[in-house]
Ligand binder design. Sequence first.
Ligand SMILES: [Zn+2]
Length: 313
Amino acid sequence: MVRVGIDVGGTGIQVGVLDQKNRILAEESIPTNTSIPFSEQIHQLATCIFTAVASAGVKMDRVESVGAGIPGIANMSTGVIIKCPNMGWYHVPFRGELQKYFQVPILIDNDANVAALAESVAGVSAGTSSSVFITIGTGIGSGIILNGKIWSGFHGIGSELGHVILDLDGVPCSCGNHGCLERYCSATALIRMGREAVQNCPESLILKSVSGNPDRINARTVIDAAREKDPVAVEVYDRYIQYLSQAIANVVNLIDPEIIVLGGGVSKAGDFLLDAIRKTFPKYVLYDDQPMPDIRLAVLGPEAGIIGAAMLS
Ligand SMILES: [Zn+2]
């Protein structure tokens, strides 16, 4: 038997067919097209799934479930996607529509939750009973795994670490509030901090590495300049590490998981990030003389989305 995992994203939808050992047998993708009716989008997705299953060399009756990770929230019991802004989906009957093509269980969960699940079954947190996955990209996503299961709260709206508020009068957030954690800990935040810093320090390596054009500064530009010990970049990076360490300490103070896994674009900084975080976060933890959770990098990469979605049950 095989399971299908779907990773819904703002630019494309990935589909994977996985065997019982969570190996990807085939992968297909379609570009996101929000300009056509929802039923038509689902028709294209169904066609993509049929193609993926065929290229995996299995018959449709061998598919035991279809799971989807979405950048939003869904009602798990009705299969209705409540809010998925990147796709323009509000209260759409995702399961109902897809069920017209597939008569197997269709599961839906948040994309950070499914990535957390994937890492906890087949990735770096495998074998642990409690883990928190934090993805550091354009925003901050997070997924909590307790006793092998996703915990997204009683109403399914929890584990949104990115929108924990750090500062009442802080930086405006896309959610409408001010001072959300992701405004300080995401790649977007690191870029903003880098651009602000070079305004007064045009001699910075950050600016030199983008030929003097601040619009071209990205998270990697800042991280690479900090690695080279450029004073401006080091200052920005150190401050960023303090914010991220506070975010991690908040998780420890609230949940105290066995392991915290970091994924997303910024995690590509590797040991440069890991060493700084491991050194810094304990000072923000209340019981800082007690054992701390292990901080590790995600190992499954972008495919965690389809792997975790296929694991939903
Ligand atoms: Zn927010």
